[in-house]
Design a protein around this ligand. Sequence first.
Ligand code: DX5
Ligand code: ZN
Length: 218
Amino acid sequence: TSPIVIAPSILSADFARLGAEVEAIVAAGADWVHVDVMDGHFVPNITIGPPVVKAVRKVTDRPLDVHLMIAPVDPYLEAFAEAGADIITVHPEAGPHLDRSLRTIRALGKRAGVALNPATPLSSIEHVLDVVDLVLVMTVNPGFGGQSFISSQVKKIAALKEMIADRPITIEVDGGVDRETARDVAAAGATALVAGSAVFRDGPANYAGNIDAIRRSA
Ligand code: DX5
Ligand code: ZN
């Protein structure tokens, strides 16, 4: 079995102290740093853009896992690549040509991810798997941290694992992941776990314990 990757979502960090927060989660054992980009259009919330990704890039060498919840997404792929993203993940609904978006990300030298909302079927990515490095299964409707895990998605993760077969594609899960739900998603085949509120809860002194708890139950 592959080692589990823990990717804390900085959406739950204290934005006024963002550099220190990123350093704290990395010191606490974060493998990747998950960055949630929202435009108030594709999702009902607005967060951050390329300048903040560029600033975060300066404080860590860990892979930046950039989750784009913006539409149209294509005009911004290059800006996020230049800002220092390592993985760039798009939603199939965020542009007219998913295959083209994924190829563009790879042409920019980045790992190409595709994110599936709870209602988005696996069939939407069936024919693009050869240009995908990561599939992000959303276990909440995207837009906010701290929402409840949608357990119907565990079956989807298992079906995705079968669909991927022996392709070198990472299964990542995002939304409501904590020490309880981590067990179920890992058992279904996820190897990368995004966690926002479950990592950042109770302040920096608890980040390492929070990350360890998720990793141990996965
Ligand atoms: C939701 C974001 C998630 C979110 C996760 O739209 O994509 O990354 O920050 O937060 P928790 O772990 O609190 O559900
Ligand atoms: Zn996310």
